[in-house]
Design a protein around this ligand. Sequence first.
Ligand code: UTP
Length: 218
Amino acid sequence: MKVVISIGGSVIASPKPNVNYIKNFSQLIKKLTTEGHDIKVVVGGGAIAREYIQALRELGASEDYCDKSGILATRLNAMLISAAFGVYKDIPEDLNIKCSDIFIIGGIKPGQTTDAVSAEIAAKCKADLLINATNVDGIYDSDPRKNPSAIKLKEIKSEKLIELVEQVHKAGLSTIIDPVAAKIIHRNKIRTIVLDGRNLESIEKAIKGENHGGTLVS
Ligand code: UTP
């Protein structure tokens, strides 16, 4: 299977780099690759992105400038994953490259998050599955951090997902999937699973078609 995994910065660094997790994550990807899967990894910015965005905003920076700092944070985190594979190349800065050359990447342009980068790669490379591995265990009918009685959804239609996350992008915006990504997923009918990336077993289960405990976007 061709799979794009969008791994949240909050999963690989919370807030400092989780070296053990990163090692185990890379072991899993190596194992899945040996089993014949073609995996591409998109890395998020997490706490470091949010801290810089907040500081820049307080300093009066434009949204565009804040986004650019977030992108740098995603590339910094992507370097951690790359190093775990013994790959010391520069992290690609755009998608004007062949699918076969995309392996580990972070953010690419202002106005979105790495959710959108992963959806774009999934569309461009005709992936069978997009996994959004985050620090929440799926998509809820409302934000579970704000509403304790929010209900987790086993499945959601992509047009409903667009309604759920409908808002304008802002640097550091925190929605389960960013609105730009939701539209790309819907337009390209990308099979997407949102799951708890802290649990590596659920990433493996999602790829193997087993019960992953997350939410399927269909
Ligand atoms: P993330 O993709 O990490 O956003 O990008 P996130 O939703 O906060 O994800 P987690 O916490 O890693 O799970 C961080 C910020 O970087 C900018 C945006 O401001 C985003 O909020 N960014 C990222 C871009 O502007 N363009 C990109 O392509 C990627």
